[in-house]
Design a protein around this ligand. Structure first.
Ligand code: SF4
Length: 512
């Protein structure tokens, strides 16, 4: 009997016994990129050995970063050809940027360097932003480094290691916070309660994004962290023209706040340069979307959406990110022009609602087990406008719109017409034959309209598979249960047999 992918898994962890065989060329390429990643990690560790070892023992979440090679392998599971090359390029760029930022964070961290004058001087040059605020605005302070405060202790670890949120969510519940809040703000609150955020920065620009849970956690964080804080309020109904003046006024007020605490003058030319780079990054993304509309979508799944989130939030306006985009797009274009499709696609799915961080490689499983290719994902499709840099006013409006269409915020809080109408539109535009709808059980705003999704799909005769998940809490819904929702749908509604039967049911509860 032909061996399936899951026959190579260790029991309970789904960690592979040996590297995946993808044919000579792809296996050698993948191994080379895996070695490159190790090179990045080892260089980072030894660049500030004592500081980094201290950080690993000081912060519980740092343990997750030790498992990054396994995480990247999971995200590349099953990939061949240009998709594999795109994924490895994106992920290795991400690793380079994150390790550089971790060095800045730990060099300034007063938990690791109490009383250090050098660390204090560095902190005067660090602007902390809420992770939902794109770092683009910070480019107007070229002498400062903008750090998305929760990105490194919370967001990335929740993707890398499914168990990383559990301890912090428990801490926030033990502290007396409600247990039915979304795990994302709960994780952030737990970090603040445990004093597990690095002690960095001269001030904090917080935000009302994306939702009510996030507003509550911002208040707890402000009290525990103690940095001078100002919220940048972003209008909820961001499509409406009448709210744009308010959005711009909020940005101008945020600039004044950052000037006051950093002692720096805002540099409009530096912002213009960054906006122009961001426009090029965005155009590269538009091209990827167009390529995915073809019969041979070349770059789908988590290595695409995860990179998009990181690019939109953390490395917007970065030339190195743009160079990576151009390299990746050239590879994708070449494969599509040659008419090559190195994967088996039985179904084209639009994947809607926020994906599960605790199962970031769910898309890889969908494709390998059932041949479902995630040709369009809600989390990937945001920030579709270009910034007009011809004047300060037009630039401010463009930056306001970029912030308004931040990750999660663009759809989940823009009004039901965005969540609903955009879904049906994307279904047509991407020539999909099914919708995969995440039922994120803690996201109450979207939960409130779940009946409208079902009714809309039924009226249009669209097959819609609902998958329960809890964003980043594997104790409420496991990866195995998510897979089971798809299995039941494919076997009973679609009446189909799996591409790889070994992947239908396996135990990975103990996996990172
Ligand atoms: S998933 Fe929903 S509830 Fe959770 S942070 Fe995002 S918008 Fe808020």
């Amino acid at each position: 009997m032909r061996k399936g992918a899951a026959d190579n898994y260790r029991k309970g962890t789904a960690i592979a016994r040996h590297r995946e065989w993808r044919g000579w060329r792809d296996t050698v390429y993948d191994y080379g990129q895996w070695c490159r990643l190790w090179g990045t990690l080892i260089r980072w560790l030894f660049s500030h050995l004592i500081q980094n070892v201290k950080a690993i023992f000081r912060y519980r979440w740092m343990f997750s970063y030790l498992t990054v090679p396994s995480f990247f392998d999971r995200l590349c599971f099953g990939l061949r050809g240009a998709a594999l090359r795109a994924a490895r390029n994106n992920l290795n760029y991400l690793a380079r940027d994150v390790t550089r930022t971790l060095t800045t964070i730990f060099s300034a961290d007063l938990h690791l360097h109490p009383g250090s004058k050098k660390a204090e001087a560095l902190n005067r040059r660090i602007l902390c932003f809420d992770e939902l605020l794109p770092a683009l605005l910070g480019k107007g302070f070229p002498n400062c480094k903008t750090i998305l405060f929760q990105e490194y202790p919370m967001y990335l670890p929740s993707l890398i290691n499914q168990h990383s949120p559990v301890h912090y969510i428990s801490q926030s519940e033990l502290y007396g916070l409600p247990a039915d809040v979304c795990p994302l703000p709960s994780f952030e609150a737990g970090l603040a309660i445990e004093d597990d955020f690095p002690k960095i920065g001269c001030c904090m620009l917080s935000s009302n994004m994306p939702c009510d849970g996030s507003i509550m956690t911002s208040m707890i964080q402000e009290r525990r962290i103690g940095l001078p804080t100002q919220p940048l309020n972003v209008p909820l109904r961001w499509k409406r023209g009448e709210v744009q003046d308010y959005a711009v006024a909020e940005i101008l007020s945020a600039i004044a706040f950052l000037e006051e605490h950093s002692g720096e003058r805002f540099d409009w030319d530096a912002l213009r340069d960054a906006c122009e780079i961001w426009n090029e990054q965005n155009k590269a993304k538009f091209e990827k979307w167009e390529l995915n509309r073809t019969a041979i979508p070349p770059h789908t799944g988590a290595s695409a959406w995860l990179y998009r989130i990181f690019e939109h939030q953390a490395v917007c306006g970065e030339r190195e990110a743009l160079e990576n985009d151009r390299r990746v797009n050239a590879l994708l274009r070449e494969q599509v022009a040659a008419g090559i499709c190195p994967k088996t696609i039985r179904h084209r799915a639009v994947v809607w609602n926020t994906p599960a961080n605790n199962y970031a490689n769910f898309n890889n499983w969908l494709l390998e087990c059932w041949g479902i290719d995630s040709v369009c994902e809600m989390i990937d499709i945001h920030g579709t406008g270009l910034i007009d840099t011809s004047s300060r006013e037009s630039m401010l409006r463009g930056v306001a719109e970029m912030i308004e269409t931040s990750t999660m915020r663009a759809h989940t809080k823009g009004g039901s017409e965005l969540m609903l109408d955009d879904l049906w539109e994307k279904y047509e535009a991407y020539h999909a034959d099914m919708i995969l709808m995440f039922d994120q059980i803690s996201c109450k705003g979207v939960g409130a309209i779940s009946g409208l999704f079902e009714e809309g799909a039924r009226q249009r005769g669209i097959r819609m598979c609902t998958v329960r998940q809890d964003l980043m809490d594997p104790t409420s819904i496991t990866r195995r249960e998510m897979r089971n929702d798809v299995n039941v749908f494919m076997q009973t509604v679609v009446n189909e047999t799996p591409l790889d039967p070994s992947l239908v049911d396996f135990d990975d509860d103990e996996s990172w």
